[in-house]
Each structure stands twice: as C-alpha cells, then as structure tokens.
Write a protein that binds this ligand. Structure first.
Ligand code: TMP
Length: 214
C-alpha cells in the first residue's frame, strides 16, 4: 500500500537536477512534510556499490546489456529497502533519477531494446511508478559544459562513464527524455533548465502543488 508521494527528477548530465531536488525537499519540509531524498543508481548500501561499478566504468566491458541489468538490480534493492517502506509510511520520496534514466541512457542513448527495458520495469518496479516526474531540459552542449565545471569544482579528473560518451549520445538521450514526456503527459512535465534556478524551482513547486495539493 502506498500512502506517500513519489516524485522523480530526470534529465541529461548537467541539467541542474541535483540543485532542484534539494530545493524541492527544503520547500516540502517547510510545508511540514516528511521527506526522503534519494538517488539512482544508489540509495542503499548495495545499490551504492553497484553505482561505483557502473559510474567508474568497471562494468563497461561487460557490455550495455549487463549495465542495464545492473541498474535494474540496484533499483530492485532501492525499492525494496527504501522507497517502498517510505511510501508505505506516507513520506514524500524525492528521487534523483529513476526508470526514465534507464529508458533514455540505456534505451534511446545506448540502443537497448525497449521491450527488454519494459520487461525489467514490469518485474523490478511493479506498482512503484512515480506519481510526478520532472524532466529538466538543457541542450547537451550546455549540460556537458556544466558537468565539466562541476568536475573542476570537485577536483575530479575524469568524467564518469556516461559523461564521457560522445555528444551524439547526449542528443539521443535528450530526445529520449522528450519522447517519454510526450508519451506520458499525465506523469511527466518538461521544465526548461536554462531559466534562473529560483524560477525553475517555483515552476516545479507550482506543478507539485497542482498535482498533489502540497
Ligand atoms: P548522476 O546521479 O550524477 O546523474 O549520475 C548517474 C549517471 O548514471 C548518469 O550519467 C546517468 C546514468 N544512469 C543511467 O545510465 N541509467 C540509469 O538507469 C540511471 C539511474 C542512471
């Protein structure tokens, strides 16, 4: 049984999700809601271990099919141990990336058969589909530049597994996210990530209030 609310944020690398995820959480807390802020891949100990394998590129040699399974494996643990119990308690779960990242990165970007991705979703996600998905849209060029600046700030020397993909990949995944939004307008909203941070937050907040009456 799900009594809580499940909101996910999606978009290409450097789209500004992480900032917006944090701002929405603060706003919900101010409104007196109990929140759980989490991310994918990750959110539980096992899923964070899988995250390291995926993002530092160790799993890359196993191929895209194996990577897709690893994202699903991490998701299964995350849902079972964190998302499902929080929703059952009535919490607001805000997740930085979820199923649409698999559809866009492994599917649209990586060429994995959508039927396989749908089958994995059916088995792994079941009823735990997000109620609202915010897709932050920026051009791949802008996203890559922001990701590069963030790396510099954090003192990281190499981009992660997916940031290091060629620009054509990032164009495919942007289209992938926009297609998802077109196909599921009841769940997804696309927000222009080039606007000032505060304005993006306000649009997201208004959308959430409208959809679930925060
Ligand atoms: P991020 O949390 O810093 O955005 O990094 C996660 C990376 O993993 C990002 O490049 C997108 C990628 N990813 C996938 O390729 N498939 C997935 O299902 C998920 C959740 C993330």
């Amino acid at each position: 049984m799900m009594h809580g609310h499940f909101i996910t944020f999606e978009g290409g690398d450097g789209c500004g999700k992480s900032t917006q995820v944090g701002m929405l959480e603060q706003r919900l807390k101010l409104a007196g809601k109990t929140t759980v802020l989490t991310r994918e891949p990750g959110g539980t100990q096992r899923a964070e271990t899988i995250r390291s394998l995926l993002l530092d590129g160790k799993a890359r040699d196993m191929g895209k099919f194996a990577e897709t399974l690893l994202f699903s494996l991490a998701r299964e643990d995350h849902i079972e141990k964190l998302i499902a119990p929080a929703l059952a308690k009535g919490d607001w779960v805000i997740c930085d990336r979820f199923i649409d990242s698999t559809r866009a990165y492994q599917g649209a970007g990586g060429g994995i058969d959508p039927d396989l991705i749908n089958a994995l979703e059916r088995v792994v996600v079941g009823p735990y589909r997000p109620e609202i998905t915010i897709i932050l849209d920026v051009s791949p060029e802008e996203g890559m530049e922001r990701a590069r600046l963030r790396m510099k700030e954090l003192g990281e020397e190499v981009p992660d597994r997916f940031e290091s993909e060629e620009i054509a990949f990032h164009h495919r995944l942007r289209e992938g996210f926009l297609d998802i939004a077109r196909n599921e307008p009841g769940r997804c909203v696309v927000v222009d990530g080039m606007q000032p941070v505060g304005e993006i937050h306000q649009l997201i907040w208004e959308h959430v209030c409208q959809r679930v009456g925060a």
